[in-house]
Design a protein around this ligand. Structure first.
Ligand code: FMN
Length: 180
């Protein structure tokens, strides 16, 4: 059965990451009333992983990154969303969020959700010293996230109102727990 955390809809940002992408999209399908936003990088990466159709099936709307001010952020203060999910979240987006930079779709949504008291769930790609990832062509590759990226993931975990998951399974558990 599909559910919604809290009473409103979910705003789900997909960033330009291949790692955890298929798992995130699979999880998305277990929730209803999901509005998906793709960062510019995600609009390039997600089609290469063949997940656009699944994203469209799992969501009520899909939008891309347009303009400089991320106009849809006003929906957070307007109470349109009961949760913001950023999954998968690139090292780039996590770094911006940790530093308080708000100059891209994902970092702007993060800042505005936080300012509006909307709970945030993040699944960073860089969670362990060594990760195995899958390329768009299906090849398994070994990646060693940089210390700065791991530090940023840890720092984000300390933000009030932000739940940081280290796997798609954990993200699902945190979100279902929140749904009550
Ligand atoms: C095929 C492909 C896969 C990628 N996967 C990742 C990833 O898993 N994690 C990551 O941090 N960056 C990844 N990147 C790099 C990001 O797309 C890039 O840093 C981009 O600027 C992130 O922008 P965004 O955070 O606004 O989405 C990938 C790039 C490509 C082309």
């Amino acid at each position: 059965m599909r559910e919604t955390p809290g009473r409103g809809a979910i705003c789900w940002v997909v960033t330009g990451a291949g790692h955890f992408l298929r798992e995130s999209v699979k999880l998305m399908a277990s929730f209803k009333n999901v509005d998906v936003f793709l960062t510019r990088a995600a609009a390039e990466v997600a089609p290469r992983y063949g997940v656009i159709e699944a994203i469209e099936k799992s969501s009520r709307t899909v939008a891309g990154e347009e303009g400089y001010s991320s106009a849809p952020i006003i929906r957070f203060s307007g109470g349109a969303y009961s949760a913001l999910v950023i999954a998968p979240a690139t090292a780039n987006t996590v770094a911006k969020c940790v530093l308080g930079i708000a100059d891209s779709l994902a970092s702007n949504f993060f800042a505005q959700a936080e300012k509006s008291g909307v709970p945030i769930f993040v699944l960073p790609t860089d969670v362990e010293r060594h990760v195995e990832s899958v390329t768009p062509s299906g090849r398994v590759i070994r990646i060693s996230p940089r210390p700065v990226d791991l530090r940023n993931t840890d720092a984000l975990s300390g933000f009030p109102g932000v739940a940081v998951a280290r796997s798609a399974k954990e993200l699902g558990a945190l979100m279902h727990q929140f749904s009550g």
